[in-house]
Every structure is written in structure tokens, then in C-alpha cells.
Design a protein around this ligand. Structure first.
Ligand SMILES: [Zn+2]
Length: 333
């Protein structure tokens, strides 16, 4: 596993052509090319072929003859040609109906595990930009309408000409570890009440304005679990367009041990040893909990760590940080 170059949604196969796309003649040429395809987004969902293969539907232009280049967002140039993103809800009703007949919509995160990594990155990029346009229709300065410019990578107010650019909200996510007096290193994981039963994850939170990433890591761990940490070290980042974040992964050592989740949003937080987390993986993949109980040869651990514990989903940097710590690829213990 390579945490810096293998995270889901981060392996962008397209050349964003950031300089060229600002030129309208260049953009129109890309738009009109016969190999150009369009990635449709409807209410945050992505379009797939009707069969069961979970193949993303990158639509040729002849199925979207009504659209203009100004309605589209340039994602980039791939091996087979340019890819644009389109907001399905901006299409004519007749076109929408035709598309509904030939494809099906899926929530990206639900199907990510079945996708090629470059497709997942492209769909995530499209989803992020379509969301940004929908949520920045009006000027933040004067309240008048914004219009899309620069191939969909900026919006400009039609009145005061204020420019708005796609935003990404930074969030820190951290694997906190500690060597305990019994000689066993453990890491701190927590869960929110709204998560599926038994799922535990690394702690995480948004970066405040006027705050460094390291300060955010220290503050979030203190707020969520009342644990003091020192010396957060950056590990890797992951685009997380759900709806508009980037996850910035850290590892840090705790100075305190007693957890208190009463001051913030976590339902619970606990220290877990590697031995315990190894059983998370088993629990995640075994549907019948009785099976995993039988596979254990440690009755005491088994009763302490029932089959209810699960790691966060595999597409997240959280599960990758936990796995990296499990394999002693990050951290000092
Ligand atoms: Zn304005």
C-alpha cells in the first residue's frame, strides 16, 4: 500500500489543461471533438450503464446535442479524449427522459469498491464541481446571479464582476497512538451515533479559519476525546467531495490516556491494540458473526471484543491510516 499515491478518488487520469481551458476557442475545439464525452451528475449521483457491470456512462455528444459549451465543466483530457461534467438537472426534460431510459444513477461512495480507481477519481471530480456550481449560483458580495466562466472553473457576478472559485474545505484526520504501561501500543478510534453499528474510525474535524493544520489536529483530539497530543506529522491527503472536502491525514502521539467524549459529537472513543484491530478486518468481511467467533482462538479477547467492531469503509483515508498503523508503516510505536 502506498498512502501517498493510492488513495481512492486521488488517482486523476485526466490532464486538467488548466492554462489552455481558459481559452474559449481551445475549449470549443475540445467540446466539438468527436471523441469528447460527458459525465452527468444528478443530485450528486453518477450515471452508469444499465447492465450489472457498474461501468460509468461517459456519454458521447450526439446524445446531448442540445447542450452548449457554456453549460459544461471541463474536467480534462484523457487517453481517449476530453471529458466534461454536466449537471443533469440543467438539461431539457426530453433529454432527461432519454437518459433515464439508457442509464441508471448510483451514489458514488456506494459503488466505489467496484470501480477502477481512475474512474472513481473522475466521477468524484465531476461530482465536486457540479456541486460547487449549484451552491454558488449567486454572488457572495452583492447577491446577483453568477455565471460560469473559464470552462466551469470559476464563476463571475453579472453585476459587480466579483469572481468566485471552486472551494475545498480542509479537514484533518488523525491516527493518534500511545504506548501503554503494559507495553502494548494502542490507537484512538471513535464513533458517531449516526454511523452503522460497530463502526469505529480515526478522529477528524474541519480546520478553522486562522488555524494551522497541526493546530487543528491538536484541537480536534482535545475537543472530541479530551486527549492531549504532541507533534502531529503529516502522512497523506485524499480528495473527499462529499460534498467539498479534502482530508489531510496525520499521525500523532498522545500524552494522556483518559478519554472523555462528553464535550463534543462522538458517541464513544476507545483505545485499540493492533491485535484488536486485526479482528476489525475479520469482522468487516464476515457476514455471519458466529463464523468469526469460531475463528477466534482466544475466548477472553473474543468476549471483550465482540464481532460488532468494524473499520470505516475501505475507500476512506481513515481505514488506510488504521491499516498503515497496523502494518507499522506510520507512527513511532
Ligand atoms: Zn456581485
Amino acid at each position: 500500500m502506498n498512502l501517498t499515491n493510492g488513495l481512492t478518488y486521488s488517482l486523476m487520469p485526466l490532464d486538467r489543461c488548466s492554462n489552455q481551458r481558459k481559452s474559449l476557442p481551445w475549449l470549443k475545439k475540445e467540446f466539438n471533438h468527436e471523441n469528447t464525452v460527458f459525465c452527468l451528475i444528478k443530485e450528486g449521483m453518477s450515471l452508469f450503464h444499465l447492465d450489472e457491470t457498474l461501468t460509468p456512462y461517459f456519454m458521447p455528444k450526439d446524445l446531448l446535442c442540445e447542450i452548449s459549451v457554456h453549460q459544461c465543466i471541463y474536467l480534462g483530457k484523457g487517453k481517449r479524449g476530453a471529458v466534461f461534467a454536466v449537471d443533469f438537472e440543467k438539461l431539457r426534460f426530453s433529454t432527461q427522459q432519454a437518459i433515464e431510459d439508457i442509464g441508471r444513477w448510483q451514489v458514488l461512495r456506494v459503488v466505489t469498491g467496484s470501480l477502477k480507481l481512475d474512474d472513481a477519481a473522475t466521477l468524484a471530480f465531476a461530482k465536486a464541481l457540479v456541486h460547487w456550481h449549484k451552491s454558488h449560483q449567486y454572488c457572495g458580495q452583492c447577491g446577483n446571479a453568477n455565471r460560469s466562466i473559464e470552462a466551469g472553473h470559476a464563476r463571475k457576478c453579472t453585476e459587480c464582476r466579483n469572481m468566485t472559485f471552486p472551494r475545498t474545505d480542509p479537514a484533518v484526520i488523525m491516527l493518534v497512538e500511545k504506548m501503554f504501561e503494559d507495553g502494548i501500543p494502542r490507537c484512538l478510534l471513535g464513533r458517531q451515533a449516526s454511523w452503522p453499528e460497530g463502526v469505529y474510525s480515526t478522529l477528524a474535524g474541519f480546520v478553522d479559519p486562522g488555524e494551522s493544520l497541526e493546530e487543528a489536529v491538536i484541537r480536534e483530539v482535545k475537543e472530541e476525546a479530551n486527549i492531549e497530543i504532541e507533534n502531529p506529522q503529516y502522512v497523506a491527503s485524499q480528495p473527499w467531495p462529499f460534498p467539498a472536502s479534502i482530508m489531510l491525514g496525520f499521525v500523532a502521539v498522545a500524552n494522556s490516556e483518559k478519554i472523555d467524549v462528553s464535550q463534543d459529537s462522538l458517541e464513544s472513543a476507545q483505545w485499540f491494540s493492533r491485535k484488536q484491530i486485526e479482528r476489525f478486518n475479520i469482522n468487516e468481511s464476515v457476514i455471519n458473526s458466529e463464523q468469526s467467533k469460531r475463528s477466534s482462538n482466544n475466548a477472553h479477547l473474543n468476549s471483550q471484543l465482540s464481532t460488532q467492531y468494524k473499520m470505516s469503509s475501505k475507500d476512506s483515508i481513515s481505514s488506510q491510516l488504521i491499516t498503515a498503523w497496523l502494518n507499522k508503516e506510520i507512527g513511532v510505536y
